[in-house]
Design a protein around this ligand. Structure first.
Ligand SMILES: *[C@@H]1O[C@H](CO)[C@@H](O)[C@H](O)[C@H]1NC(C)=O
Ligand SMILES: *[C@@H]1O[C@H](CO)[C@@H](O)[C@H](O)[C@H]1NC(C)=O
Ligand SMILES: *[C@@H]1O[C@H](CO)[C@@H](O)[C@H](O)[C@H]1NC(C)=O
Length: 218
């Protein structure tokens, strides 16, 4: 995940040169039914540039939540599931900030959001991640008077299932091991030699700097 984001940052900065889109936050967390404002920033040029501005903010499965074409918001392309739930800050847009308020959040709003900005001077995009946690639902818990016995029964069932699954997995791995014993043997040998060599080198490190107090004890 982090690698992907870093790669994107590197890629976008390489490809687009002077024009950049940034995210102000790579991850957002919110609760169901609440609102959240996702924000991107992009390189701004003198006032006239807004007329050539194209913005497309979407989910990876291509459902569009916000689109601007030549400086004008286009609502037709917006996916129905975002209808009436996205508000943009038009003043911020002039300052090179895309601020999208997503309201009445649903758990299926969780995921990646990408804003791609195009101007005559180049284009760039950036992703951020939103995770929407379900609101607590006390209604579903109160009617059951004895949830403990029920949950105990369930735990017993789960435990039995897990035990059988583990036993089956053990049998399978054992039979696999028996078949591939030679291969395993070689692997474990080379592994253990690596482990011992690294551990000996790490042991030699504190020994060489034995006069300095070890940092890990502070
Ligand atoms: C969410 O936004 C809507 C309108 O955009 C507003 O009416 C509502 O009060 C907001 N809710 C919260 C929890 O901020
Ligand atoms: C994007 O981020 C870089 C590095 O954090 C920063 O130097 C640059 O000013 C930012 N650009 C915009 C348009 O926010
Ligand atoms: C593109 O950027 C350069 C400076 O980086 C600027 O002089 C020029 O006006 C920009 N062109 C457009 C169409 O925004």
């Amino acid at each position: 995940m982090i690698c992907r984001i870093l790669l994107l940052i590197i890629l976008t900065s390489c490809v687009s040169g002077s024009f950049v889109v940034n995210v102000t936050q790579t991850c957002y967390q919110a609760e169901e039914n609440h609102n959240i404002t996702l924000e991107w920033t992009f390189t701004t040029k003198p006032d006239s540039f807004i007329t050539s501005l194209k913005i497309r903010c979407s989910r990876p499965e291509l459902s569009v939540l916000y689109q601007v074409h030549e400086g004008v918001e286009v609502s037709e392309s917006q996916d129905a599931k975002f209808s009436g739930r996205v508000q943009s800050d038009k003043d911020a847009l002039r300052e090179g900030r895309i601020r999208l308020q997503l309201s009445r959040l649903r758990t299926d709003d969780s995921g990646l959001y990408r804003c791609e900005v195009k101007t005559n001077n180049g284009s760039s995009f950036q992703d951020c991640k939103l995770s929407v946690t379900a609101a607590d639902e006390p209604k579903h818990q109160t009617p059951t008077m004895n949830p403990q016995t029920e949950s105990r029964g369930r735990i017993g069932l789960y435990a039995a299932l897990i035990l059988t699954a583990t036993a089956a997995a053990l049998l399978i791995t054992l039979s696999l091991k028996a078949e591939k014993r030679k291969c395993k043997h070689v692997n474990s040998h080379s592994l253990s030699s690596v482990v011992t060599s690294t551990s000996s080198s790490s042991e030699s490190l504190p020994a060489s700097s034995s006069e300095a107090p070890p940092i890990s004890f502070i």
